[in-house]
Ligand binder design. Structure first.
Ligand SMILES: NC(=O)c1ccc[n+]([C@@H]2O[C@H](COP(=O)([O-])OP(=O)(O)OC[C@H]3O[C@@H](n4cnc5c(N)ncnc54)[C@H](O)[C@@H]3O)[C@@H](O)[C@H]2O)c1
Length: 326
């Protein structure tokens, strides 16, 4: 890996985000030269805190001139810039799709114009929406179950991005890779995801109910499932794909430990030093009842997750208990 990436000039779009900044650090450690393009709309600012040796461009992925300049002189583009966070899918679906489609087209046009032939697209597990088989393999059909539900702006944008990447990839690129992350988590991941939200609410409930088991409200029955991958494992897995991945191939990045939201809530509670009694609620329209990837392809590249869910949740909850986010 060190040899493959040493001295490679790589543009990471979305480079100051949660995954982008962790990826940048992993790439730098492997000897790559990194440029980042991000409009800093998430405001996580993890990158500037950690790295001075990254060339940072602050700009919008929807602007073709900005993207063209960012791509110029690079050998590889790793495309992560996207609108993330469930509340945005419901509130700003038109923006989610605009960033998805214009962003992908701008990246492809700039690569063709600047003769860059190595592209990695970070897609998502949400391209399956309601996976018919669990664990889900990469060959499972991608679906938009209801065009009228704004929730699917996110997954729909990823499906369009994949189609564009593959079909431009076939014609103009030496190597185009797609990865589909499944529920990446860790410190400073933003506030819109399930684990930080559980920690925030656990804190709030603890003030209101200082003793005994906390009554803890959740969306849905708690029997819904997900499989979570800790950010350090995610970056290691992605580096495996970058080194060994085949042109026009698609790889899940995740773990195959399927966990119920009920079990997750108990793990977060334990990390916060409390016991809870779960009060089930309504599930949001369009949310997926079960999700867990088949990761055989990733394993064949030599990857094995190393951080257990217990350990990862403990680290993440501790971070959110000790830090405030904007
Ligand atoms: N976190 C997960 O569990 C997960 C799961 C599946 C897929 N993904 C994908 O991984 C990628 C990174 O996700 P993340 O969790 O780090 O989220 P993130 O929101 O932290 O990162 C996305 C970055 O894109 C930037 N961005 C948004 N709009 C932009 C624009 N118009 N111009 C330039 N930059 C813009 C944001 O500022 C942010 O830094 C995304 O493509 C996301 O869809 C993440």
């Amino acid at each position: 890996m060190k040899n493959y990436l040493r001295g490679k000039k790589i543009l990471v779009t979305g480079g100051t985000g949660f995954i982008g900044s962790a990826l940048v650090k992993g790439l730098l450690a492997a000897g790559a030269e990194i440029r980042s393009l991000d409009n800093d709309s998430r405001g996580l600012r993890t990158l500037e805190r950690a790295q001075n040796d990254v060339e940072r461009i602050t700009g919008d992925i929807r602007d073709p001139d900005v993207v063209r300049k960012a791509v110029r002189g690079m050998e590889c583009i790793y495309h992560l810039a996207y609108i993330n966070g469930t509340e945005f899918f419901y509130d700003r679906p038109e923006l989610v799709l605009e960033v998805a489609v214009k962003g992908m087209m701008n990246v492809l046009d700039a690569c063709v114009a600047e003769n860059v032939k190595d592209l990695l697209l970070v897609s998502s597990s949400e391209v399956y929406q309601l996976p018919p088989v669990i664990p889900t393999s990469e060959t499972t059909p991608l679906t938009v179950p209801d065009v009228l539900n704004p929730r699917f702006s996110y997954g729909g944008g990823k499906i369009i991005s994949e189609l564009l990447a593959v079909n431009y990839g076939r014609k103009f690129f030496d190597r185009t890779l797609i990865v589909r992350p499944h529920n990446v988590y860790g410190p400073n991941m933003g506030g819109e995801h399930v684990i930080p939200q559980f920690v925030f609410r656990m804190k709030e409930c603890s003030t209101q109910q200082p003793d005994g088991a906390l009554t803890f409200n959740i969306q849905g029955t708690g029997e819904e499932t997900r499989a979570f991958i800790y950010i350090d494992d995610f970056v290691r897995a992605l580096l495996h794909v970058i080194e060994h991945g085949e042109h026009l191939d698609i790889y899940h990045i995740g773990t195959d430990r399927e966990v119920s939201i009920r079990e997750l809530a108990h793990l977060v509670a334990k990390s916060c030093g409390r016991e809870i009694s779960i009060a089930p609620g309504q599930r949001l329209a369009g949310s997926t009842p079960r999700r867990c990837p088949d990761i055989q392809k990733l394993r064949r590249l030599g990857f094995e997750p190393a951080v257990s869910l217990e350990e990862g949740v403990q680290r993440t909850a501790t971070w959110y208990l000790q830090n405030t986010i904007d």
